[in-house]
Design a binder for this molecule. Structure first.
Ligand code: AMP
Length: 218
């Protein structure tokens, strides 16, 4: 795919595959992927001032306040690498965030990855992540060869704090209450692409690539 410019928002519930598909697009098309969730998790891990502020919110599955999240994205979108293209994975997540974004950037489309809540729960509560290299497994659908050990680097596999069942349910509640209205917001602007996020990642990626062209400037 030959693209001049591709400014996209990835919508959809936690565990819909936004991270996976945006990382595939980053590797294969060279489009920078920006994940507010990754930025917050790194800040927590590194115990920065931001990390200390958001730690409890992430652990509870709530949303970080708009003002703080908007400031972080506004700063990141001022870097030269994202002048032509970007994929925002997990931002905006509220109507005020979408309105703020519209004031400093013009996304070509919002891609909504649809996945039912019961599949989300299964995916996230079974997810295991390598502490050393970040590789992702699933207890049922993609188990490691040796229990709790990464096939790739031998690192220890763990369950992300926010993938515990109670936290996943809270994240889904936050999604339905605060983020789902964005589907109507972008549909109203004629900029919504809806994709079934329930098949495997390669299938979802192929559908995404075949459908996104009509939203991009030639
Ligand atoms: P994610 O990895 O995208 O599911 O994000 C993990 C957590 O980071 C979320 O459960 C929120 O607590 C926080 N977060 C990420 N993006 C946003 C956002 N745009 N607005 C508010 N909170 C966010």
């Amino acid at each position: 795919m030959n693209i001049q410019s591709m400014k996209l928002i990835f919508l959809g519930p936690p565990g819909a595959g936004k991270g996976t598909i945006s990382k595939m697009a980053a590797e294969r098309l060279g489009v920078p992927q920006i994940s507010t969730g990754d930025m917050f998790r790194t800040a927590v891990k590194e115990k920065t001032e931001l990390g200390l502020r958001v730690q409890a919110i992430l652990a509870a599955g709530g949303l970080v306040p708009d003002e703080l999240t908007i400031a972080i994205i506004r700063e990141r979108l001022s870097w030269p690498d994202v002048r032509q293209s970007y994929i925002l994975d997990g931002f905006p997540r509220t109507i005020p965030q979408a309105e703020a974004l519209a004031a400093f950037s013009s996304p070509d489309a919002a891609v909504d990855f649809e996945v039912r809540d019961d599949l989300i729960l299964f995916r996230l509560t079974g997810r295991r992540v390598c502490r050393a290299c970040g590789a992702i497994y699933h207890a049922v659908t993609k188990p490691p060869k040796v229990d709790s050990i990464c096939d790739l680097c031998g690192g220890e596999l763990y369950t992300r704090n926010d993938d515990r069942e109670e936290t996943v349910k809270a994240r889904l509640r936050a999604y339905h209450e605060e983020t789902e209205p964005l589907i109507g917001y972008y549909a109203g602007k004629g900029r919504l692409l809806t994709i079934d996020g329930s098949p495997d990642a390669e299938t979802v990626y192929t559908t995404f690539i075949s459908e996104i062209g009509r939203f991009l400037k030639k």
